[in-house]
Design a binder for this molecule. Structure first.
Ligand code: COA
Length: 403
């Protein structure tokens, strides 16, 4: 199979996207009704095609972004998407060849990690992708919850959800202390948000917090389709995006949802596993937390750069032996701890594969958790506890966006 880039022109990009849609089944051909949206969405992508002769059999795509690490550092992130193989050519290793080739090229281009959202949790571990963040779904019963904290209404502005994308983007980009796993959002991602907002079958709404020119957060949401909104006893909105630069901004934006007398319910499809929302409520039982699932899958390309960009806690250095089947030079023994990171020749205190190291680096799970499930092998309980301290984070990673 011949693998080559498919980004010479818009037509090539459209072909690659069409093959992905054929494989995924659930994405509409919106290029028919809105060719400009499709062109904007696909511009900036780096699709690779797998050909047998002249026939395109499989595709992978990627967009340029950066990702936040614990401690606030950021590294270059290839946002991998549109992984698809024609249904009549699956299970012949086409996806494997495309995915590995994409990783090689991304590394050569200077990306520190590749990252994606998985349609199925069993696909990507074999290529060294590890789970770097988890998410949960929140369903809030506004009629029962009540706010335990009184947040001011001042500083909130209801704005036009369709016409304010430049402002949303500015606020998201200016977040001073994003959680680990937060991604910078690229043009194509924003164009899809705009498209959905304009094409949605129900209305979209938005509110921002903070003085004009110095906003500190926003909330975008839309109305859940309902047979009869006027008489329904389950009038629900779905939160599409919530950006808050600080605790006050978050409290005020959530409180805003309680000011709508018309509403009964709010759904947050993706929140961090340690979201403080239950504590904001007078009656935390009015919040149903469900659907815990893998969110960010990250594949280190340049492990040294990734390890250097993170900050560490702990009381001493720990030596770990890392295995990487694809990029062998990522593997070997590393010393990690409050003194930083370096290659080591000491005897390792723990053995782990690159995917599990990714989970630790982002703080998605603790070393104890990984050891309990046999995913890392430590020589002693002391080594595991020290790894817990070295990789400890105050907030769990979460990105909040899918792509
Ligand atoms: C996922 C997909 C790209 C795999 O393509 P493929 O060419 O069949 O993949 P390969 O032949 O290289 O091998 C895939 C391996 O993953 C395994 N696998 C595990 N779960 C899988 C899943 N849900 N789907 C596909 N493969 C899966 C296969 O069993 C196979 O392992 P094996 O080699 O040990 O048998 C293809 O099934 C597809 O296009 N699916 C629909 C679109 C999609 O879901 N894309 C992912 C978006 S994140």
């Amino acid at each position: 199979m011949d693998i080559r880039p498919l980004n010479d022109d818009d037509e090539d990009r459209r072909k690659a996207f069409a093959l992905f849609r054929q494989a995924l089944l659930g994405i509409a051909d919106f290029g028919r009704t809105s060719p400009e949206t499709e062109a904007r969405y696909l511009a900036g992508g780096k699709p690779l095609g797998g050909f047998e002769g002249d026939i395109l059999r499989g595709v992978v795509n990627g967009y340029d972004a950066s990702i936040t690490l614990p401690g606030g550092g950021r590294v270059r992130h290839l946002s991998v998407t549109h992984v698809g193989v024609s249904p009549d050519a699956t299970r012949r290793g086409i996806a494997r060849r495309l995915i590995v080739e994409q990783l090689r090229r991304a590394r050569a281009e200077g990306y520190v990690v590749a990252g994606l959202r998985a349609s199925d949790a069993r696909i990507y571990g074999r290529y060294g992708y590890g789970v770097a963040s988890w998410s949960v779904r929140h369903e809030l019963d506004l009629t029962q919850a009540g706010l335990a904290v009184s947040a001011p209404r001042e500083g909130l502005r209801i704005i036009d959800a369709r016409e304010s994308f430049a402002l949303f983007r500015q606020i998201a980009d200016a977040d001073p202390a994003p959680r680990a796993a937060t991604l910078s959002r690229w043009d194509g991602w924003w164009s899809m948000q705009e498209y959905r907002t304009f094409q949605g079958s129900t209305p979209y709404h938005a509110v921002v917090f903070g003085p004009e020119g110095n906003e500190r957060g926003y909330l975008r949401f839309h109305v859940e389709p309902s047979e009869n909104w006027f008489t329904s006893s389950r009038r629900t909105v779905i939160v599409d995006d919530l950006v808050a630069h600080d605790d006050e901004a978050w409290q005020v934006l959530i409180s805003h949802l309680f000011t709508h007398d018309i509403l009964h319910r709010v759904v947050f499809p993706s929140r961090p596993v340690d979201d403080p929302l239950p504590l904001l409520l007078h009656n935390p039982r009015a919040l149903e937390i469900s659907g815990q699932r893998d969110e960010s899958w990250i594949r280190p390309l340049d492990l040294e750069a990734l390890l250097y960009a993170r900050r560490y806690g702990g009381t001493r250095q720990v030596t770990i032996a890392v295995e990487d089947d694809i990029f062998h030079d990522n593997g070997g023994i590393w010393s990690v701890g409050p003194g930083g990171v370096e290659r080591s020749s000491c005897s390792p205190e723990a053995h782990l594969a690159i995917a599990e190291l990714t989970t630790l680096i982002f703080g998605a799970q603790s070393a104890s958790f990984l050891a309990a499930s046999g995913r890392i092998n430590a020589i002693s309980a002391d080594a595991t506890e020290e790894l817990d301290r070295v990789f400890a984070t105050s907030r769990r990673p979460h990105s909040g966006i899918s792509f």
